[in-house]
Design a protein around this ligand. Structure first.
Ligand SMILES: [Zn+2]
Length: 124
């Protein structure tokens, strides 16, 4: 009887370990599988605009009621080059390019999010 109980526990432990390994594997896949985004969505009180990440450009947002932001797309990365917000958190934010990453300027209500089309892969 006792050894049966012992075996049951062992089995339960194995399931727990197996489940944990599965979660770990999924977590690794999620992190590693994070793809480079295809375009960015810029949201401000001015509206919502989309820009391709593979085209270098400068996006100025200055006709909102909140303030001025200059967003730069360069070498596949997007960054906040300039802003007149008091905390400058968005300007200090590192350039982003991975799907789901974002740069937010809360005082000016400007949201930059990297998005992946996730349809067909273009070869880089
Ligand atoms: Zn800001």
């Amino acid at each position: 009887m006792r050894s049966d109980d012992f075996l049951k526990w062992k089995k339960a432990d194995l399931y727990i370990i197996a489940a944990m390994l599965c979660f770990a594997a999924i977590a690794v896949l999620l992190v590693k599988g994070r793809k480079t985004g295809d375009y960015i969505v810029v949201e401000s009180t001015d509206g919502k605009q989309e820009y391709m990440l593979d085209e270098d450009r400068e996006i100025i947002i200055d006709n909102t009621e909140h303030g001025y932001n200059k967003i730069i797309i360069s070498d596949g990365y997007v960054r906040m080059e300039e802003a007149d917000c008091p905390n400058q958190l968005c300007v200090k934010h590192k350039p982003v390019k991975l799907n789901g990453e974002s740069i937010v300027c809360l005082p000016n209500k400007v949201y930059v999010t990297v998005v992946s089309k996730n349809k067909k892969e273009t070869d880089n």
